[in-house]
Write a protein that binds this ligand. Structure first.
Ligand code: NAI
Length: 347
């Protein structure tokens, strides 16, 4: 075991199921780190409505400063009011820290039976532009304009990210997902940027699909895709669709990556329908934490956690309800802890 290294991580437990899933994840990371010589210093902050109640700010200044200093955050989901109220905390953080790449691997877990076995897809979603710029206004009563922002810079850097990733990790194919038949200028610009970057990577096959057709193609035959490279809104919707291939939102992790900072969070939201009931599946946030460990160059700890998750799914005895089991969040977390321990003992 190497000498002990400590990572300072900004922790945003979030609300709804956030505290339950992040509590489970912190416990598992602490145990994994204790066995591999890796320590964590958690700098914890509320965000959203909870933060407003405590500090009068939806994103406290101290939270911004913590992310600036630590460069890495682990984040649970935060509820965003529908149709009014404050702006999305998630979108605000992504824009503030220019976390332009939203990386979402959608991979089947061993032993978990779904309609589509052996899925291995990646969604690379542009994370700072598009209709999520939040530029909306009433022109006259009854008429609202919402601006879709697509830039050469934003499109080129996300395409570059996707192709660099493909080359580095031996992925074969990238589909650019667009609606440039209708949004000829904005999605047209996105496509042109993707084509220019694609031309620099002849070893990666490049294709383009229109987003509505993509939805059908995905349901008919998801295996035709490898990496889906897309804009913010399409990427958001396709992520939930693709999560269903591998068992649902309780499973799919994500990383928001920028040049300076990174925030790791699951694809799912705060799931108010099951919050506080010990029903949430912590796997999605746990696999996001595995991505975080790789980002921190802690491959041994990452593999220890991922190996334990896979063992629990392979055995199939302690699973949460969303994936057909009858166990709670805490029992699942305990099963992952036990799987880590027995893997350690077997070494
Ligand atoms: P949601 O992802 O919270 O829930 C959709 C469905 O999936 C629900 O039936 C829920 O019970 C289930 N689900 C989600 N995560 C699960 C888990 N870990 N284990 C088991 N079941 C799970 O999406 P919804 O209902 O559209 O959004 C709720 C709130 O979350 C909204 O305020 C939304 O703005 C916010 N949200 C926050 C995100 C974030 O913080 N990154 C991302 C997406 C939504």
């Amino acid at each position: 075991m190497a000498g002990k290294r400590t990572h300072r991580i900004t922790l945003i437990p979030g609300d709804g199921i956030g505290p339950e899933v992040s509590g489970a994840v912190v416990k598992i990371l602490e145990a994994a780190g204790a066995a591999t010589g890796v320590g964590f210093e958690w700098h914890q902050f509320a965000a959203g409505a909870d933060a407003f109640a405590q500090t009068g700010e939806y994103i406290p200044k101290a939270l911004y400063e913590s992310i600036e200093q630590n460069k890495v955050a682990l984040k649970g989901p935060v509820t965003t009011p529908v149709g009014g109220g404050f702006a999305s905390i998630n979108v605000t953080l992504r824009q503030k820290f220019e976390l332009y790449a939203n990386f979402r691997p959608v991979k089947s877990l061993p032993g978990l039976k779904t309609k589509y076995p052996d899925i291995d897809l990646i969604i690379v979603r542009e994370n700072t532009e598009d209709l999520y710029a939040g530029l909306e206004h009433v022109i006259v009563p009854g008429v609202v304009q919402s601006l879709k922002i697509i830039t050469d810079k934003g499109s080129t850097r996300i395409a570059q990210f996707a192709f660099d990733y493909a080359k580095k990790h031996g992925r074969k194919k990238i589909h650019s997902i667009h609606k440039a038949n209708i949004m000829k200028l904005s999605d047209g610009l996105f496509l042109n940027c993707c084509r220019k970057v694609a031309a620099e990577f002849p070893s990666v096959e490049y294709k383009e699909h229109i987003v509505d057709n993509t939805c059908m193609q995905l349901v008919l035959n998801p295996y035709q895709y490898d990496i889906l490279l897309t804009e913010n809104l399409y990427g958001d919707i396709l992520s939930d669709l693709c999560s269903a291939f591998v068992g649902g939102l309780g499973l799919v992790p994500g990383a928001n990556l920028g040049a300076e900072c990174a925030i790791f969070e699951a694809v799912h939201g705060s799931a108010p329908d099951i919050a506080g009931k010990d029903m949430a599946n912590p796997t999605a946030l746990l696999q996001s934490a595995v991505l975080m460990l790789h980002h921190l160059n802690e491959a041994e700890t990452a593999e220890r956690v991922q190996g334990a998750i896979e063992r629990v799914y392979r055995e199939g005895k302690v699973l949460t309800r969303d994936v057909g089991g009858s166990s709670g969040t805490k029992a699942f977390a305990d099963a992952v802890l036990a799987a880590m321990e027995s893997a350690g003992a077997a070494k």
